[in-house]
Design a protein around this ligand. Structure first.
Ligand code: PXL
Length: 287
């Protein structure tokens, strides 16, 4: 039995303002009783979502020496969790971390785009490199845009029927990961859902979202972090998806009610305590 909290190496950037990446990953996982060891890929003044000229300090040079240091110390990680990556070189380094900790849960949040479009930084080379990470992952958490980019498919122009949603999930699982979760899927029955697939059990799941007509940066990072915290804490896949979905709903609804600038992210500070309260799970369904 593990005599300490589970430990995650979180290979992400630190964006000082705007509530994304490590500024949300650290509090979410800490409150869920998971130890986060940031492997910081870059420090930015803000995220890159519309806040003007961002000041960036790339830290790629630190990442391999940091891995060597952890190995010298004999530090164990129960999970390696990667997110937004700035270069192809950083992908190689993530692959080295995964290889160095073969028993750790390998979680890849393939941050590549949103709303049907790749981010400016997501070149076709970066998309191809992200697929290499997906191939060695146990868990991936693309949104619908990223799912289409990884599969080299067009972004779906119409809401998805059950069979189409299942096909997307299983095609992504064929790339390598056991667990696939796709967020923000517009379903043909008029719901936005977060959907999941467990390849080993052959089961498809969905949790419908209460829609709020806005979007905030960092919600993908929060979703994946709650999912990681849930899975490391013993949640089944549908439980972890429901936990993440419900937490995001609370954070988005809280923030929306204040009408604050969407670029500033969600009011995580006001909502974190929900993650410490016991939950019963009643909203997940088979897909
Ligand atoms: O939330 C993903 C993310 C992470 N890091 C940086 C970003 C974004 C999304 O915009 O700009 C620097």
């Amino acid at each position: 039995m593990l005599q300490r909290p589970p430990r995650v190496a979180a290979i992400h950037d630190l964006s000082g303002f705007g509530r994304c990446s490590l500024t949300v990953i650290l509090p979410v996982l800490s409150v869920m009783k998971v130890q986060v060891c940031p492997v910081t890929t870059a420090v930015l003044s803000t995220h890159t979502g519309g806040l003007g000229d961002v000041v960036v300090k790339d830290l790629t040079d630190m990442l391999e020496p940091a891995l060597a240091h952890y190995k010298r110390l004999g530090i164990e990680f129960e999970c390696i969790y990667t997110g937004w990556l700035g270069s192809s070189e950083q992908v190689d380094i993530c692959l080295d971390y995964f290889k160095s900790y073969p028993d750790a849960l390998a979680v890849v949040d393939p941050v590549l785009g949103d709303h049907g479009k790749p981010y400016r930084t997501s070149t076709s080379d970066q998309i191809a490199r992200m697929s290499e990470l997906v191939a060695v992952a146990d868990v991936i958490t693309p949104n619908l845009t990223e799912a289409a980019l990884l599969l080299g498919e067009e972004y779906p122009s119409a809401p998805l029927r059950q069979q189409e949603a299942r096909r997307l999930l299983s095609r992504l699982a064929n790339l390598g990961p056991r667990y696939v979760v796709i967020t923000g899927v517009d379903m043909a029955d008029d719901h936005i859902a977060n959907i999941g697939y467990d390849r080993e059990q052959g089961q498809y799941w969905r949790v419908d979202c209460n829609y709020v007509p806005t979007s905030y940066p960092g919600t993908g990072d929060i979703f994946a972090s709650v999912l990681v915290g849930g899975l490391l804490g013993g949640d089944s896949l549908p439980m972890a998806i429901e936990r993440s979905t419900r937490f995001l709903e609370i954070a988005v609804r809280t923030t929306f009610s204040y009408g604050s600038d969407t670029r500033y992210g969600v009011m995580l500070e006001s909502c974190l305590s929900w993650l410490t309260s016991p939950q019963t799970f009643e909203r997940y369904r088979l897909l």
